[in-house]
Design a protein around this ligand. Structure first.
Ligand SMILES: NC(=O)c1ccc[n+]([C@@H]2O[C@H](COP(=O)([O-])OP(=O)(O)OC[C@H]3O[C@@H](n4cnc5c(N)ncnc54)[C@H](OP(=O)(O)O)[C@@H]3O)[C@@H](O)[C@H]2O)c1
Length: 274
């Protein structure tokens, strides 16, 4: 077996996942498996040495097949980067409940299942790292974000529980909380948001939210390499921190959430949206 660590990055066809794959491929210390539905979008990574896998994180057979393949070819996953996800936004009242369930299937249950499948191998080796990409939305909130924000708040707590459970087996769990990062995230978000709440009682708030999203993505957002570098730093650390926050607004938002009362933070968010 090679001395390189084997890493599996989900959601590597775009944004943060792709940037992380590029960084770890350039590092040279890793065998990099990349997973996403749009396997053709990972051809560039394959040409640099990555091993792409077509995988919808919500389809159990695909998830099992991916883990089996990595076990056969590389002896199992040493580092799992749970990054695949998207933001379902829209008023709570307007969002079809099956869409809300699907949001949880992708952002929580999918990665939960994948994690279950890699843990036995990590326990056997008495080593492993699981990096969960949450969001500053795992700590803060905004109107129209309820279903997405709920998945990220859930993932924060889930990750904390997991960290305590697996520590005795030599496995680290690291949470990475991105701020605003310039990826396909907003493109995937805005169309469905307008469809769900653009013409309802929440229409004016929706217009404001969409404009704020576009503005912050186009003008302010950090490049995805900021998160890739953060992940690389965590992987290189002898004892990684439990949490890393990085990217535009991350520090400010988390600071304000910690020190402002709920009502004061609500007012800040309304002002930020305007
Ligand atoms: N961008 C930000 O500002 C920001 C901020 C905080 C947190 N985050 C988090 O960062 C992570 C990455 O997002 P990003 O910004 O890089 O967005 P992105 O550019 O839209 O990339 C999302 C990735 O997730 C994959 N994905 C989505 N649904 C999937 C499914 N059902 N099965 C498998 N893969 C799926 C996509 O691949 P396919 O479509 O090819 O399947 C894509 O590779 C997400 O968890 C997101 O919540 C992003």
């Amino acid at each position: 077996m090679s001395a390189k660590k084997t890493v599996l990055i989900t959601g590597a066809s775009a944004g943060i996942g792709k940037a992380t794959a590029e960084t770890l491929l350039a590092d040279g210390g890793y065998t990099v498996y990349t997973a996403a539905r749009r396997v053709e979008k990972m051809a560039d990574l394959e040409s640099r040495g990555a091993r792409p896998i077509a995988m919808d994180i919500t389809v159990d057979e695909r998830v099992i097949a991916a883990v089996d393949r990595i076990k056969d070819e590389a002896g199992g996953v040493d580092i799992l980067i749970n990054n695949a996800g998207f933001g379902l936004n829209g008023a709570v009242e307007d969002t079809p409940i099956e869409k809300a369930r699907h949001q949880f299937e992708v952002n929580l249950f999918g990665l939960g299942r994948l994690t279950q499948l890699v843990l036995p191998g990590m326990r056997e080796k008495k080593a492993g790292t699981i990096v969960n990409i949450t969001s500053i939305g795992g700590k803060v909130y905004s109107p129209l974000g309820a279903w997405y924000i709920a998945t990220k708040h859930a993932l924060e707590g889930w990750s904390d529980c997991l960290r305590m459970e697996v520590a005795e087996f030599g496995i680290d769990v690291v949470i990475v909380e991105p701020g605003a990062i310039n990826t396909e995230f907003d493109e995937v978000l805005i169309g469905p948001l307008m469809e769900i709440s653009g013409d309802t009682a929440y229409g004016p708030t929706t217009q404001q939210f969409a404009a704020m999203m576009k503005r912050s993505m186009e003008n302010d957002a950090s490049p995805p390499s900021v998160i890739a570098d953060t992940i690389q730093r965590a992987l290189r650390a002898k004892k990684p921190k439990t949490r890393y926050a990085a990217g535009k607004y991350a520090g400010t938002m988390l600071f304000l959430r910690r020190w402002l009362s709920d009502r004061m933070f609500d007012r800040f968010i309304w002002r930020f949206m305007k």
